[in-house]
Ligand binder design. Sequence first.
Ligand code: NAP
Length: 495
Amino acid sequence: MTTELFEAVIVGAGFAGIGAAIQLKRLGIEDFVILEREDDLGGTWYVNHYPGLAVDVPTTTYSYYFEPNPNWSRMFSPGEEIKQYADTVAAKYDVPRHIRYNTTVDGARWDEDISAWHIDVRGEQPITARYLITATGFLSQPHTPDIPGIDTFEGRIVHTTQWDADYDPAGERIAVIGTGATAVQLIPELAKTAADLTVFQRTAIWVVPKIDFRFGPLAKKTFARFPWTQRLLRWLTDSIYEVMVSVGVRHYGMFRGRFNIAASDLSKIHRFLVIRDKELRRRLTPDYDFGCKRPTFSNGYYQAFTRSNVHLQDAGIARIENDGIVGNDGIKVGIDTLVLATGFDLWEANFPAIEVIGREGRNLGKWWRETRFQSYQGVSVPYFPNFLSLAGPYAFLGLNFFNTMEYQMQLMDRLFSEMKRRNATTFEVTEEANAEFLDRMTELLGESVFTVGNCASANSYYFSPNGDPALLRPTSTETAIREAMNFPLSDYRLS
Ligand code: NAP
């Protein structure tokens, strides 16, 4: 079989893939292809289009630092605007011509003899590339729960990632399974017109009010004319989020959880002001610490439960029948539509999202599971030369994905520039540097909410299946960027 040749392959055309492509271009590398399984770019912001979809990080912060957008309509913009932003930035940097849509990567294998990656593309000829960059995101593999009888349901069944734009919930009897960030956005929208909406909650979620407002024409004009004004606002929102993650997550122990207690009090007051029914308030109250799991922001979620057509079911699901759901309390709820707001298979299907076989036949997914989930600076793994995994263990800085992208682009810059300077074509992180990084992350997590807090009942995807809170990188954004710009070059073997 013939093989196509590229200098680099990027898997995924979401914000991470677009960012990596921009960085390759800045480095003078144009011979690359982005393989994307969907038929458009934007990743999660293309796939998700359920009612109520909006970003839950202020848009001033939720953008590439080098591409501020003066046209955001509000502080927490709706999903379609974020998708539009992805389109605009990709077009500006001439990224779309590199993208190959409807292309699913099954796996990749390092070939020692030619120092390159063989990439298996479903139904197409394989690709050979010197560099492999997986930009598959953390939340890209939808989770469909294995509830007894789910296959026998005869009504409409839809996962939130596969929303049908033509679906009209008006007059429908709907069940939503799940109460994560997606459900918190979707439920208030469905509640407006559904005849009956039952929310199946397994684990209650912390919800705090969202300080949202519109950017009027004057604000937009000011941002466009005087970009420093938007930078200033970004500095403010960046700082607030940074402090939240630092005090509430990373340094939970040092502050004795005071920030988390204050945030849970805010959520409690919010519930108290909205819901008069004491018992309902109790049932909606989480029993784990604020911060163990991603908290949510909403001004409509608790309100939805005050409507007569909305019911909370927290007894657990016994089974699904052809026309409804039977709870563990024996009560059956008849429904027309079942909405699965059940999130994503983060650890099972995403670490890694494709099978990756490195040097000496090392299988990345197996190795992570046999040892621990680990990656140097959140991107590199020993025995995997010329490979960058942008959604790796300890990569995510928490809350805002763009900060993560920012430091990863800086790291690419330093690494590839040095390779060029030395005329090298292969890089591989050393085992010592990787081990030292993992030890440091483990130590830093020692006083985090994940270690010191009460997270046992949170069911949080921040924890890997073996119990390590291996998703978040426990450093500030500033530290991550500084390390990406200055890491010892001896941490990589270049040849
Ligand atoms: P999620 O947070 O993982 O929530 C999934 C929900 O489904 C949980 O409540 C879970 O319960 C429940 N669930 C799963 N399997 C179940 C089963 N078999 N029976 C009963 N309940 C079950 O997923 P998500 O809400 O889609 O959000 C994922 C992430 O996407 C968020 O944390 C956030 O980072 C991101 N997000 C971002 C935005 C944004 O605006 N930026 C918007 C939406 C989502 P348990 O808690 O008990 O497991």
